[in-house]
Design a binder for this molecule. Structure first.
Ligand code: PHB
Length: 396
């Protein structure tokens, strides 16, 4: 039976409506929002990582606006409660499939970044690392770039400084997971290569380390200094407390470390026990530059009551700068291959100083500063006094 004329007209109308709907996304494509899925811990003992990144993003959008190339930029925050790699992976899958994000970003902890790498690779989504710092991460997919740092990148200069300053006998203590092993390896290679001696290498658990027995081992080994990598945050506070209480400072043992230890956010809570601690790192909030002043001002305005920003806030700020710039260069497109091409070799004027993305490795190249904890205007600060320009990751 033929459909009645009226029904046929309705069917045509429906088809017409459908094709209009189908055409709409293409026609309105330029104005569709860019969606960034930010994966990081926002609760648990690493909650500050997510908060710092969120704070850095707010600061960036305050200074540079919330749209680029005519597209609004929205950020969807996802809490891994980390370190929980399985949760990070599930969140990444949800962001890709359900939220249809264009870009995955964040990643405070190496195990979470490693868990998400295959998702980004298969879904062909750019993955912008804003902290996770073991060297190997960027080798896991050609869609990964890193704007933060790597542990070999900051640890090798610390060893060079120790050699130059005639330290001869050192104990190393690192968190027992990929970034810690990277730090230990880079420090030992460069320190021993420069004539130094590492008398003991201690590895402590990533989760809730109990430092007392390890601190005693350092004391018993009687080194001139201990070289440390601990993930930024509460662990550094606990270590420095034990170090002071067990009399290691009084025994003349010095602390040298990557700047994760004296991270600007927790430094006030570490107190005067940190005065004189030497660290190597890519960012200090005491860095004197117009870009850093603008960043600090925007962070304070957009994050009232959040305390001081640290290197993770800066990496998120720079990660947004890289994303905006890639979209701008591609005329509003978030096509993954085009974005990766734009990242390669990209130069940015970061609050930390000039940085660029190595086109061969997609890892950040930057100045590594040697800093000393001092009081500036009554506040503890990481004061830069020496530097190694254009340092690449040496871990791959
Ligand atoms: C990491 O898990 O890669 C990591 C975490 C905290 C840091 C540095 C690296 O301070």
């Amino acid at each position: 039976m033929k459909p009645a004329p009226l029904l046929r007209a309705a069917a045509v109308l429906a088809a017409a409506t459908l094709s209009t709907v189908a055409l709409l996304p293409a026609a309105a494509g330029a104005a569709e929002p860019v969606k960034i899925g930010l994966i990081a811990p926002f609760s648990g003992s690493f909650a500050d990582y997510g908060k710092q990144m969120e704070g850095g993003i707010k600061a960036y959008q305050k200074v540079h606006g919330d749209s680029v190339a005519g597209r609004k930029v929205t950020v969807i925050l996802k809490d891994t409660t980390g370190p929980v790699p399985e949760v990070a992976k599930r969140l990444a899958q949800e962001l890709v499939v359900r939220d249809k994000v264009d870009i995955l970003a964040g990643f405070g902890l190496t195990p979470e970044a490693l868990a998400v790498a295959p998702v980004a690779d298969q879904a062909r989504k750019p993955m912008v690392i804003m902290n996770a710092a073991s060297s190997v991460i960027t080798t896991k997919s050609s869609y990964i770039t890193r704007v933060s740092m790597t542990l070999p990148q900051v640890s090798a200069p610390m060893a060079a400084w120790a050699v130059k300053n005639k330290l001869r006998k050192v104990v190393t203590l690192v968190a027992d997971y990929a970034p810690g092993i990277d730090a230990e390896t880079a420090f030992k290679t460069n320190f021993i290569g420069g004539g130094g001696q590492v008398v003991e290498s201690i590895r402590v658990p990533l989760r809730n380390p109990e430092f007392a027995p390890f601190i005693q081992r350092i004391k018993d080994a009687r080194p001139e200094a201990v070289f440390l990598f601990l993930p930024a945050g509460e662990q550094g506070v606990a270590f420095m407390k034990g170090f002071r209480e067990r009399g290691l400072a009084d025994a003349g043992i010095r602390v040298i470390a990557t700047g994760d230890l004296t991270d600007d956010h927790v430094l006030p809570a570490m107190g005067d026990a940190t005065l004189g601690v030497i660290t190597s790192f890519h960012y200090s909030m005491a860095h004197d530059s117009p870009e850093n002043k603008a960043f600090l001002k925007a962070f304070a305005e957009t994050n009232p009551g959040a305390g001081r920003p640290n290197f993770m806030a800066v990496a998120a700020y720079d990660g947004m700068a890289a994303i905006y710039e890639a979209i701008r260069r591609n005329g509003g497109s978030t096509d993954a291959d085009k974005m990766m091409a734009a990242f390669k070799g990209m130069k940015l004027a970061s609050p930390r100083g000039p940085i660029y993305i190595d086109p061969a490795t997609r890892d950040v190249v930057q100045t590594v500063y040697i800093r000393r904890v001092e009081k500036v205007g009554g506040e503890l600060q990481n004061v830069e006094f020496d530097k190694f320009p254009e340092v690449k990751d040496s871990g791959k």
